[in-house]
Design a protein around this ligand. Structure first.
Ligand code: GNR
Ligand code: NI
Length: 178
């Protein structure tokens, strides 16, 4: 297993629309293992492959308090969504910033497992929000795209400044993450 480096907004590589996974092989299994290791090491509740510069429709999620219930979503598609809510989000690619975003509280999604098998799930609350956030990543979209361009540009400048100073991003007190 290997921990991978996370790309930070405003890196243009986060803006790519990712193609579907077509080949379900041992390399895909390795990518999923490395993504899980990275998500757990960074205390995130989800991670999209594009965040670690892998341009494919691959997501890992774990919202369990004990960090032992990994979910894997390959080529996910939302089939149904209902009940709009406002949710305060963060992102490993936008470290240190949190903003309210409009999402759906209940979704039905379809996805594949690393062996290619299809499955469907109804999810709600934090898990539903996380799936929507991660699928946005696969389409080159970030939660900061839902806020004003003024705020978004300020966040970009702050992150670039911290990065230029070589500061490590701290992710303590992150909402909804362990
Ligand atoms: O760790 C994360 N926490 C989070 C909190 C609220 C809404 C979405 C998220 S996802 C985020 C990890 C991440 O950046 N995934 O892409
Ligand atoms: Ni994110």
């Amino acid at each position: 297993m290997a921990k991978l480096k996370i790309l930070h907004f405003p890196d243009s590589r986060l803006r790519q629309k990712c193609p579907k996974v077509e080949v379900f092989d041992t390399n895909l299994e390795k990518v999923v293992e490395d993504m899980l290791e990275t998500m757990y090491a960074e205390n995130g509740i989800g991670l999209a492959a594009i965040q670690v510069n892998i341009i494919k429709r691959i997501i890992v999620i774990d919202i369990s308090p004990d960090r032992n219930e990994p979910l894997i979503l390959i080529n996910p598609e939302i089939q149904d969504k209902k009940n709009e809510i406002e949710f305060e989000e963060g992102c490993l690619s936008v470290p240190g910033f949190y903003e309210k975003v409009n999402r759906y509280n209940n979704i039905t999604f379809k996805a594949q497992l690393p062996n290619g098998e299809f499955y469907t799930r109804d999810v709600d609350g934090l898990l539903a929000v996380c799936v929507q956030h991660e699928i946005d990543h696969l389409n080159g979209k970030l939660f900061v795209d839902y806020i004003s361009s003024l705020k978004r540009d300020r966040i970009a400048k702050k992150i670039q400044k911290l990065e230029a100073e070589g500061k490590k991003f701290e992710r303590k007190n992150v909402p909804y993450s362990i």
